[in-house]
Design a protein around this ligand. Sequence first.
Ligand code: BGC
Length: 729
Amino acid sequence: MAQNTTIDQKVDSLLSLMTLEEKVGQMNQYNGFWDVTGPAPEKGNAATKYEHLKKGWVGSMLNVTGTEEVRKLQKLVVEESRLGIPLIFGFDVIHGFKTLAPIPLAEAASWDMEAIENSAKIAADEAAAVGLNWTFAPMVDISRDARWGRVMEGAGEDTFLGSKIARARVKGFQGNDLSQPNTIAACAKHFAAYGFAEAGRDYNTADIGTSTLYNVVLPPFHAAVDADVKTVMNGFNILNGVPVTASSFLQHDILKEKWGFDGFVISDWASIMELVPHGHAKNLKHAAELAANAGSDMDMEASAYVTHLVNNVKEGKVSENTVDDAVRRILKVKFELGLFDDPYRYCDDTRQKERLYHEEHQAGVLDMAKKSIVLLKNEGNLLPIKKDQKKIAVIGELANDDNSPLGSWRIGSDNNTAVSVLEGLKKYTKNISYAKGPKVFNSDANFITEVTVNETDTEGIKEAVALAKESEMVIMVLGEHGFQSGEGRSRTELDLPGLQSQLLKEVYKVNKNVVLILMNGRPLTIPWEAENIPAILETWQLGTQTGNAIAEVVFGEYNPSGKLPMTFPRSVGQVPIYYNHYSTGRPGAQPTVFWSHYSDEKNEPLYPFGYGLSYTSFDYSNLKIDASDQKNIEVSVTVTNTGKIKGEEVVQLYIHDKVASITRPVKELKGFQKISLAPNNSKKVIFTLTDKELGFYNHNYEFVVEPGEFDIMVGTNSQQGLHDSFIKN
Ligand code: BGC
């Protein structure tokens, strides 16, 4: 408190010295795509930016990294601008900077908050070592639509899990003391409902009701704010007709007023400019007015504020108080980062040399990668493979790829730095032969271009099939390219791209002992594979340590414990599909067609939310509910490891509020615990349900807890578990 008072006072006294132009300058963020270490740019956009930096008309830069680069721009501003207010340097550090952790969706599959926090901490450590002090992460958008490519960047479909992960990531990036040289400010994005883009097409319209907004979309943002996230990013989408960048309801009323968020809001990339094509603003000047009045504090790369906000204030369209409020928020974060004490705090060449790719980071992301793997199927205990297994065929282009498994959203990283699956597996045995199979992806695929897929050239299939035939078992590595998910990467099909399914089917004809290793950035529709292939591992894109993590799981050094954070559909037609849906008035099968179903597909998913197997087995018994203390309802269950090896299990608790003024979903996750059990050992797992878990938001955004009967399910995934119920008075 004392520290904040001092910071607030410092902010106020600095603000009192600033001209309107300088204030607006703090609200301006520029992209730094020019050689900042070279001579000062003389022409074009870069020259304008350079001049603005010198005048103190820039509050932040994005996409400038490296101690030398950051130092140079910081020096320019600190030494040449009138007030020398340091810049804050932002960057998309989504799942690591150089050392890459698994993609965020994969990490969510670990349900392990400590590991996730540690992963964010590693990312912050490396980012801070290259001069950065702010990441545009975590993305906390809930999404139920695997067609949307950005599901790879979030925590999946569930609000409860997503909120816990939001908190863990914010804590990991920001640590306990933001002024430390290895912590950075976090940014919860994209506020709000970006993950509800219609038909899963990126940047598309979101149109959702208040119940979904308040109960599903907003809670992870609220959790991030409660965890003291320093910044929030708005988004590209419109929500119920209003572009979120111009939404005063979201940014002002909810975020700042209702939740008391005291950090600042950054626009998404030129999203203020996009108010024009959205048909909401007449021109850029009008857009600047609308965004500023709505509570967007900083303008990312649209130049809307720096060009028009001063005039908007002079013309009375935006009040100077609004500008002051934004600037206060921005300066406060800069003070908290310690940038006024030492603007070069993050420009330590020794740290830059020592921290990137540090061995501690390798160990951390390896741990995270193993925990992110989900065992989807293991018929006849085909996995783990014995180390003395003879003649293993490894098949698939992705098996020998050291780039794609790094995943999307890794703009600070170096290409080809992943341990490939083949490399990882070969550390355990010499009995491996490799066949690439047909070409799948263009090898020069990158972050900004479309990935192309070979659909016609079957060369390589024959050779792979021949190898499979003479082998005792086959490991197939199939899936999506790392750049097939991420921003701007929506798909209408969710199957294995290109000729991969054909390859798999032909291999399976000659050898049934197939382990399928999936690599993908989103849930896939793989009904044939799920039906026929005996063993399937979902490995997502696991980052730098991919091959090592997968090899440990394949050879049984590590017993998988991941659980799906997103439902796997049977077919794209089921999407959006999610476990916490409503019942409908016609949920059950009827003798006629008049019930809620498809005529050509089941309603059920292929793999439900929360699903994942282990090399051991767990038994659930003894579910008990003690509702005598209505404020702390205790639910307990006994979990026993009934298999032969030690394993971890994520014990999941779901509630169903059976009758409510606003219909509640058929199930809602309200608790989970990850436990470790030796064979034949049992553990009593206890959950406490308070009003916080039992209530919901009504249409007026009031939190209500209604009396009545609640069903409880505790189990191993969102479909299987023990049931009981209690009455809430
Ligand atoms: C994305 C943001 C990102 C920003 C800056 C935008 O296109 O939507 O999530 O932080 O670019 O790179």
